[in-house]
Structure formats: structure tokens, C-alpha cells
Design a protein around this ligand. Sequence first.
Ligand code: NAD
Length: 488
Amino acid sequence: TMAHSKALLVLENFIGGKFVTCSSYIDSYNPSTGDVYCRVPDSGKEEVEAAVKAAKDAFPIWSSKSPLERSRILNKLADLIEHDLEAFAQAESKDQGKTITFARTVDIPRAVYNFRFFASSILHHTTECTEMATMGCVHYTSRAPVGVAGLISPWNLPLYLLTWKIAPAIACGNTVVAKPSEMTSVTAWMMCKLLEKAGVPHGVVNVVFGTGAKTGEALVCHPDVPLISFTGSTLTAQRITEKSAPHCKRLSLELGGKNPAIIFDDADLTQCIPMTLRSSFANQGEICLCTSRIFVQRGIYSEFLKRFVAEAKKWKVGNPSDPTVDVGALISEEHLEKVRSYVKKAQAEGARVLCGEGVDSLTLPSGNQKGYFMLPTVIAEVKDESCCMQEEIFGPVTCVVAFDTEEEVIKRANSVKYGLAATVWSSNVGRVHRVAQRLQAGLVWTNCWLVRDLNLPFGGMKASGIGREGAKDSYEFFTEVKTITIKH
Ligand code: NAD
């Protein structure tokens, strides 16, 4: 009805500093109610073309600004987002299904910090210089922005991951065309409203909304976009690699994971258990860094399992806007069904589901009956070859298995196609170093999880990605280096 459609939030593309309507739109759902509440532009080639043109036009001026000028603008934008933190957090929670607490304490503060961090780090890079005295030469390197950067981000940490790309890209002097996930576009659109006030010149940041197949591919295939930074699934990354190959584009790919937690019998369980619950179930398990395979040394296996399951049962699932809730809604009905199907497959294979899906009952507030909720689920006695131990589930499901020796657990932890992150729990310093060295993972956390220093490289091995992001790594990715030789 008219009354109904009037109430919907309607997003517009942001191109060349202006909000522009689109000829068609996609429905976006509130995952905690199952209702359509927002309409997202269904952009195609035409919209992408206009955005790339605006970015190209803005490049000469933006790239010639000093790092200090760009830094000031990034800091201003950080301040403006921070000023509206509560509104951004509410929007992210409603759009994505995540708890308001998580959005307030993780997503939006990190988005703010992404701009502040790169506003600072861009001021501190140095280039290399070597002397070749016998030839009478000095060599030095010089770095320059590449041009129009295409940025594609997923739905799990919408503004957090999008700004993790936008901030370094523009700090380096590139202009950008960004495409957030069609399922979580609202906070990117809200950010666009702050760009002018922050002093971001028109055309420096353009956002086109729409699906991966249509909008995303148009961006990936555009000849005037020489670099693509992508965060999402391994399958999509393969498609992007294929589509961009004829143009020899520079790619940064941050992909999925099947992250192990390795818990030795000398681990401090009072720290390890609550942190491993968080690493398994935070953000509904929808974080690429989430733990989904827990290897526990035989001597403490039963005690760990008993305590872990008892604690998992205390996690409260419900309305994401309730600040006492620990687990919100999954992103979509389709995704919820996919996550549930893994639990069923594990059961069919003879694994034991110790709590959660299919075992405990979930009671939801009346307004959330049609939301995409699921209880934190712990599976034991599952074989290493099982799909639950091999494939990324990306939901509140974790598998616990026993191991005997260090040698054995390293081999088993490495026996998946992914290599993003791992946690190791032990009070033996030597062992922690040995194991960390041998794990195939871009990030290894020992006796902690998700502690990040943005200065250092972030990214995955094997099917978890290509390239790294961080202060120096993002700088290298978003700039083109040149070696200049001077003979005197
Ligand atoms: P996805 O690959 O389905 O989508 C990611 C983005 O790519 C979306 O914006 C989507 O519209 C777009 N896209 C889809 N098909 C495309 C195509 N053919 N061409 C261009 N763009 C296309 O991923 P998702 O389901 O949104 O996100 C979940 C995945 O992201 C998980 O696998 C998760 O592990 C991964 N992830 C990785 C990291 C990391 O840093 N390594 C961080 C968060 C999420």
C-alpha cells in the first residue's frame, strides 16, 4: 500500500557529491523482524559509469593535495561519525541484525578509528634510498596514488569494513567508487551525508548501491578502475579474479576462514573459556575471524566441554536492540537455513550436538517471531573430514574435538583450505612460539583473540586471501611505486 511504501527508507546513490535516484530498487530486510524496511538502489553499468567518471574527474585535485591536508579531512570525518555514533549504531543493528551493544562498542568505534588511524599513518611513511658510489648514483623510491579504487565490502561488519578500505584509499590520494553489500547499505549512505561537511571534495568518495552480480561486476570490469579491494567470500573472489584478469587489475582479497582454537592442557581456562565463547559466537559467529574448530588436549577435554557448553547456554538470543542480548539475528533467512543445514549434516554423520540448534528451545519476543534467530550451537565428536570441520559456516556454530600431541594438532589445524586466523592457548611460552610459527594462518593470537594493532599486516593465507592490509601494507597497495636514479 502507499502508506506502507511511504514508511520505507529509500537509499540513493552518491555520485560526484550528489545523491541521485536509481531507476530500480531492491528490498532490504530487517533481520530481527523479517520485514522489508528499506529500498536499496539496484545500480547497473550506467550508475557505475557515472560514479567512475566522477571519481576520475576528482582525482587530479585530490591526488595533488598534501598528506596533511587529506589527513585533516579524514580526522574531521572521524569526528562527525563519532558525533553520530548512536544513530550509526542503531542503524547498523537494525540493518544487519547484530546486537546494539556490538554495534556501539565494536562496529562504529572501529569505523571512526579507521579514519583516525589512516589520517595519522599517512603522515609517517618514508621511502627508500640507496647509494651506488662507484657509479656516481643515488636511487630513491617515490610513491603516488593509483587512480580510481573500486571497493567492495560484505554484510557482516558493514561500515567497519567499508571504512577500512575507504580510509587508506583516500588517505593515499586515490578517489573511490565503493559498493557495500546490498543487504547492509544503510550506514554507508549515512556516511555519505557527512562527506561534504568533513571537507571531502565532490567525487572523491562515490557510493553505488546494488547487487554483486550487477553493480559489483560492472565495477570490477570497468577499464578505468585499476585496483579492486574486496572483502567477502572465496567464491566471489574467484569470480572477481576471473573478471578482472583481462585488465590485469591489482587485487586485494580478504576472504573466508575456518579458524582453529588450539587449547593445550596447561591453558588458563578461566580466560580461555569466555574468550573462546566470544570468538565462536560474537556477532552471531558472522566474523571472518570467528573460531569454528576447537581442538582441546585430551587431559582437559571433558572439563573444557562441560564448562564451555554450560557457558554457551547462558548466551541470550533475542531482540538486537535489547542491550542485555548477546546474540542477535543472522543476516537473512537464506543464510539461517544454510547455517542450520550444517548442524543437520553433522547430526546425520553421527556427531553430537551438545546445545543450541535442534536441542534447546528458543523463545523470542513477540515482535521477533519472524526474525532469523538461532541459538549458539556446540558440536562434538565430529570428524576432521566432515563439512562442519572443513567449510566456513559463518554462524553461531562451533565444533569441539580432542587431540593428543602438539605435532598432531598442528597438522590437523592446517588441514583445511583456509588460512586466516588461529588462537593458541597455553602457558608454555616456547610452545606458543613453536605452534604459532607452524600454523598456516595470517594471524595467530595466543591467549587472546581479536586484539588488533592496525599498524601490522592483516590478511589470510591459502583460500583466505591474497595481499595484506595495515598501515604499511595498505599504503603499498593503494600507491604505485617508482624507482628513480640520479647520476651526479
Ligand atoms: P560475498 O562474497 O557474497 O559478498 C561480498 C561483496 O561482494 C558484496 O558487496 C557483494 O554484493 C559483492 N559481490 C558478490 N558477487 C560479486 C561479483 N560477481 N562481482 C563483484 N562483487 C560481487 O560475501 P558476503 O556473504 O557478503 O560476506 C561473507 C564472507 O565475507 C565470508 O566468507 C567471510 O569470511 C568473508 N569476510 C572476510 C573478511 C576478511 O577480512 N578476510 C572479513 C569479513 C568477511
